[in-house]
Design a protein around this ligand. Structure first.
Ligand SMILES: NC(=O)c1ccc[n+]([C@@H]2O[C@H](COP(=O)([O-])OP(=O)(O)OC[C@H]3O[C@@H](n4cnc5c(N)ncnc54)[C@H](OP(=O)(O)O)[C@@H]3O)[C@@H](O)[C@H]2O)c1
Length: 272
């Protein structure tokens, strides 16, 4: 049996949908389980029951400080070894993302995985095209961005989910492999041009000040978001690669379309 962690999350639910579409039996595990799901809270290791599970798709449980994220992933890997899981598929971060504030937790998890004695596959996911669209902010005049002219090899979340399903369905074929799953270069200017609105570029200092003044953000978020903008504008996230299309056996979903759709949905006069 395949278990997918974080089953209510956007990526994990797409992985489960994709496995169902392929008629591969899989179980969702989440902090808030429905009737057919298993409860799993990585902050509470006592809830981690992997009995009967052969393959775990460990969807990274980010959105916290590094030490907390690594502790979550460590708890899952220790339980996997204890409960006889054979293979763990981990959704990590593209190699080009090493300068991002949240890279450390991913690389530390990869090291834990390699040392675990389990069979493993690492899916080094690029930045979601949805995220790229969501990080452009609307002003009365148009879009604002701290990305400069930098491109992101952005990737539709659904393509990453499909790749995870391909690997989970036949894990032995992918044992010991690290795939770098990036898409095609998208710039803030591309999104603005497609939407037919002006783009205002702002510097990292102004962007960072705005993040630090935002009471809705948790303490880890301003440096995390600033590191994304800094990496993009310095060109670190632009490189493309063949792994995703090879795994999927088809062309990628156009990430510009996805980023544009996300930004358009957030336009104040159009958002619900
Ligand atoms: N590549 C990118 O651009 C990008 C962007 C944002 C995030 N990420 C990373 O990719 C992951 C999946 O992305 P997403 O878009 O699906 O995010 P999402 O919709 O916000 O989902 C967050 C995920 O974190 C899980 N989680 C949080 N705390 C947990 C805990 N204590 N125990 C178990 N699970 C926990 C949630 O599981 P429950 O079902 O239990 O709620 C859920 O699957 C994120 O968690 C983050 O690490 C990647």
């Amino acid at each position: 049996m395949i278990m997918v962690t974080g089953a209510t999350g956007q990526l994990a639910s797409l992985v489960l949908d994709e496995l169902a579409r392929r008629e591969v039996p899989a179980l969702g595990a989440t902090r808030t389980p429905a009737a057919h799901q298993r409860r799993l809270d990585l902050d509470d290791p006592a809830t981690i029951d992997l009995a009967g599970v052969s393959t775990v798709v460990l969807v990274s449980a980010g959105y916290a400080e590094d030490d907390q994220v690594v502790a979550r992933h460590r708890a899952l890997l220790e339980a996997a070894a204890r409960d006889g899981v054979e293979h763990v598929v981990y959704t990590s971060l593209t190699g080009a993302g090493d300068h991002l504030g949240f890279a450390l937790a991913h690389r530390a998890t990869e090291r834990l995985l390699e040392a675990s004695g389990l069979a493993w596959t690492v899916l080094r996911n690029g930045l979601y095209a949805e995220l790229v669209g969501a990080l452009l902010t609307w002003t009365p005049a148009g879009l604002r961005s701290a990305f400069g002219d930098g491109a992101v090899a952005a990737v539709a979340r659904a393509d990453l989910a499909a790749a995870a399903a391909v690997v989970a369905a036949a894990p032995a074929e992918h044992a010991g492999r690290t795939y770098d799953l990036v898409g095609e270069p998208v710039t803030a200017g591309d999104v603005a041009a497609r939407l037919g609105v002006p783009l205002e570029g702002i510097g990292l200092g102004e962007y960072r000040a705005g993040l630090l003044a935002d009471p809705a953000l948790l303490p880890f978020q301003p440096p995390m978001l600033a590191s994304i903008a800094s990496s993009v504008r310095h060109g670190f996230l632009a490189a493309t690669g063949p792994d995703l299309a090879t795994l999927l056996g088809r062309p990628l979903t156009d990430p510009l379309e996805v980023a544009v759709a996300t930004a358009a949905a957030m336009r104040p006069d159009r958002a619900a």
